[in-house]
Write a protein that binds this ligand. Structure first.
Ligand code: PBG
Ligand code: ZN
Length: 325
C-alpha cells in the first residue's frame, strides 16, 4: 500500500510532468488554433476498435460531441463521413442530404463561426471499390472522370456551410477542378489539398473502420506518393499551389517532417500535416501495454510536427494534448 509520502511524491511528479509538457509546447510556439480534430460521422454510434478512444458519431449526437471538442478549447474539426451504404458511383458523397452535408448543417446551426469545419472530399468511403477514383472497365482509375465528381462533392459541402474543403483523392488537377466549381457557384470555402499523401499501411486503422466490408489492403500506390520520392512530393505540392490551393497537406506526419521543413523553406506557404490513424494506433497499442509514457510521447510528437513547420496539425491526439497548451 502506498504511504501518504508516495502519494505526495507521485502528485509532485505528475505536476512536474505537466509543467514540462506545457514548457515544451510553449517553446515550440504551438497554440490551440493550430490544432484540428478529426471527427467521424456515421449512421449509428460505434467505437473504432483499431483506434482505441475514437468513436463514430451519428448526426443526432453530433452537436453534443462537438461541444466536448469546443470545451477543450479546440475550434477546428475535419469531418470524415461513413455513409450507411455504398453504390457503384459513390453518389451519396454529393447528395445534398448526405451524411457529411447533414453534419455540417447541424454543427453550423449550433456553433456558427465558432467552430471551423473542414471536410474530407473523396469517394472511397462511398463507392464499391474503396478506391479514391472512379475505376473504369479496364480496371484503371479514370482521373478526369473523378475530377468532376470531386468538384460536385466539394461544392455540396461548401453549400452546406463547410469553411474548408479538402480534396484527398490525389487525382491530378483536383485543386483546379474544385476551385473552378466553387468559383462558378460563388461559394467561398477555401481549399486544403491533401497534396503529398503517401501510400502507407499507416492508414489501415482508418480503413478498417471506414472500409471494413471491402478490404484494408487496397493498393493506392498508382495515385498516392511513394515513400522514397520526395522530389515527386515537392512537385505535387508545387502543382497544387499553382492550381490555387489555399493550404497544402503532407501525410503521414512523423516519417515526413523533413519534407514539411523543405516545403516551408522552399515555398513559404501554409502547410497542414496529418498525423494519421496508424501513428495513433501504434502509440495506443504500446501505451496499453505499459511500454511507453503515452502523454510524453504525444507531447513530443505534436511538438516535433510544429517544430518542422506545420501551420495546422490534424491529429487524433488533439483533445488529449489540449490541456497542456
Ligand atoms: C480517404 C482518406 C484516408 C485517410 C484520410 N482520407 C484513407 C485512404 O486514403 O485510404 C487516412 C486517414 C487516417 O489514416 O487517419 N481518401
Ligand atoms: Zn479516398
Amino acid at each position: 500500500m502506498p504511504s501518504s509520502g508516495d502519494t505526495f511524491l507521485q502528485q509532485q511528479n505528475a505536476r512536474s510532468d505537466e509543467e514540462s509538457y506545457k514548457a515544451i509546447f510553449a517553446s515550440s510556439g504551438l497554440r490551440k488554433s493550430h490544432l484540428v480534430f478529426p471527427v467521424f460521422v456515421s449512421n449509428s454510434p460505434c467505437l473504432i476498435k483499431s483506434m482505441p478512444g475514437i468513436a463514430m458519431t451519428p448526426i443526432r449526437r453530433i452537436s453534443q460531441y462537438v461541444q466536448s471538442i469546443a470545451d477543450s478549447g479546440i475550434s477546428s474539426i475535419i469531418i470524415f463521413g461513413i455513409p450507411k451504404s455504398r453504390d457503384p458511383i459513390g453518389s451519396s458523397a454529393f447528395d445534398r442530404k448526405g451524411i457529411v452535408q447533414n453534419a455540417i448543417r447541424e454543427i453550423k446551426s449550433s456553433f456558427g463561426n465558432t467552430m471551423s469545419i473542414t471536410t474530407d472530399v473523396c469517394i472511397c468511403q462511398y463507392n464499391l471499390t474503396g478506391h479514391c477514383g472512379i475505376v473504369s472497365n479496364g480496371g484503371r482509375v479514370d482521373n478526369d472522370a473523378t475530377l468532376k465528381v470531386l468538384a460536385k462533392i466539394a461544392a455540396s459541402h461548401a453549400e452546406a456551410g463547410a469553411d474548408v474543403v479538402a480534396p484527398s483523392a490525389m487525382m491530378d488537377g483536383q485543386v483546379y477542378a474544385v476551385k473552378r466549381e466553387l468559383h462558378s457557384r460563388r461559394l467561398d470555402a477555401s481549399v486544403l489539398s491533401f497534396s503529398a499523401k503517401h501510400a502507407s499501411s499507416l492508414y489501415t486503422p482508418f480503413r478498417s473502420a471506414a472500409f471494413a466490408k471491402i478490404t484494408t489492403r487496397l493498393d493506392k500506390s498508382s495515385y498516392q506518393v511513394s515513400y522514397s520520392n520526395s522530389r515527386l512530393a515537392l512537385r505535387e505540392i508545387e502543382t497544387d499551389i499553382n492550381e490555387g490551393a489555399d493550404m497544402v497537406m503532407i501525410k503521414p506526419a512523423l516519417t515526413y517532417l523533413d519534407l514539411v521543413r523543405m516545403v516551408k523553406n522552399r515555398f513559404n506557404y501554409p502547410v497542414a500535416v496529418q498525423n494519421v490513424s496508424g501513428e495513433y494506433a501504434i502509440v495506443k497499442a504500446a501505451a496499453m501495454q505499459g511500454w511507453i509514457n503515452e502523454d510524453e510521447w504525444k507531447v513530443h510528437s505534436i511538438a516535433s510536427i510544429k517544430r518542422a513547420g506545420a501551420d495546422k496539425i490534424i491529429s487524433y491526439f488533439v483533445l488529449d494534448v489540449a490541456k497542456y497548451i
